[in-house]
Write a protein that binds this ligand. Structure first.
Ligand code: ADP
Ligand code: MG
Length: 339
């Protein structure tokens, strides 16, 4: 029998790996914006054309990169954010795998322009489907601008499975809103097909919520601010009458990272259940802060799921806190019947 195992060529291996990190235009938006946030930017602009199928561009006024780092950032596992496996347990930045830019570059036409404050000129790099095209000096502002064109141009099967512009744009909006909520100190602008969709000035959380969701939210929110030894919770929950027929505008962040947690959603819904009916869903914007070594964010490539060391404790803390805030607001004493 002949041997049948062979190594995949690099180009194919990296397209497959890219598919895990970059599933759709919204994944590119998330990765690029997170990099801009990690780079300490105070202003970030997102420009999208045709729901990201034609162009996704993120520019920032962050720390920029040196000429060499600009080349390096497209290598797989190239990161400035961790240096040892242990660092994973104390992650403060959004990124850390050093995979995103390598993945994006494997499946799109990418232009990077970046400049550090201390340098007079910046550098520009073109890279297409992992193939380095050129690097040259360029005049630019301090910061970084990355343009991602023709996503999945070389992976027709994936390109074909992208949804309608409306659906892909909805995913991009979701990512934008999550990051804008978590980073209220940063100014964001977002254009789609030349139209300004959002322009957000640095503000407090309530103002940011109102700028994103409309004036009506101003009177719909109840402040949350509680803490115990290992965990703090802050943010807003919606008043009873602000509950909606559709589940949406339910946001939980842990250490400023948006997460999906059926578990914590359940804790919150349980607390609302005596005030609102089955078919109604509360709105909430809750930020938990917990010692990074009490959680593991490394269980999912998109980092949207996390594991708590003591799930039960967090569940009860969230449930009791929400119940307490609702109870205070409705003025009727609420008896805690336990979980
Ligand atoms: P990660 O974010 O996990 O480190 P990425 O592939 O997203 O991996 O980025 C690789 C590296 O490129 C980052 O660690 C950072 O040093 C640099 N980088 C990427 N985007 C920016 C940016 N907007 N500004 C400054 N540096 C950046
Ligand atoms: Mg990153």
């Amino acid at each position: 029998m002949p041997d049948i195992i062979h190594l995949l060529p690099d180009s194919i291996a990296s397209q497959i790996a890219a598919g895990e990190v970059i599933q759709r235009p919204a994944s590119v938006v998330k990765e690029l914006m997170e990099n801009s946030i990690d780079a300490k930017s105070t202003e970030i602009t997102l420009v999208v054309k045709q729901a990201g199928k034609v162009l996704i561009q993120v520019s920032d006024n962050g720390i920029g990169m040196t000429d060499t780092d600009a080349r390096m950032c497209f290598e797989r596992h190239a990161t400035s954010k961790i240096s040892s496996a242990n660092d994973i347990f104390k992650i403060k930045t959004k990124g850390f795998r050093g995979e995103a830019l390598a993945s994006v570059a494997a499946i799109a036409h990418v232009e990077l322009i970046t400049k550090k404050e201390e340098n007079d000129t910046g550098t520009k790099i073109l890279i297409n489907g992992s193939k380095f095209e050129k690097q040259e000096p360029i005049q630019s502002n301090t910061g970084t601008k990355i343009s991602v064109k023709n996503l999945f141009f070389n992976v027709p099967a994936r390109r074909k499975f992208l949804k309608s512009d409306a659906v892909e744009l909805k995913h991009i909006n979701d990512e934008f809103i999550r990051l804008a909520l978590a980073h209220k100190d940063i100014a964001f602008s977002y254009y789609h097909n030349g139209k300004l969709l959002y322009q957000l000035a640095p503000s407090n959380l309530k103002q940011r919520i109102v700028s994103l969701f409309g004036r009506a939210y101003d009177s719909k929110l109840l402040a949350v601010d509680e803490q115990m030894e290992i965990v703090k919770i802050k943010g807003y929950i919606g008043k009873i009458e602000a509950a909606r027929k559709t589940r949406g505008n339910q946001y939980i962040f842990v250490n400023n990272r948006f997460i999906k947690s059926h578990y914590l959603n359940h804790a919150i819904n349980t607390s609302y259940s005596e005030y609102i009916g089955e078919g109604s869903h509360p709105i909430f914007f809750l930020f938990l802060e917990i010692d990074p070594d009490k959680i593991d964010v490394n269980i999912h490539p998109t980092k949207e799921e996390i594991k708590f060391e003591d799930e039960r404790l967090i569940y009860n803390f969230v449930r009791v806190t929400v119940k307490h805030v609702l109870g205070k607001f409705t003025h009727s004493p609420v008896l805690d019947r336990g979980a």
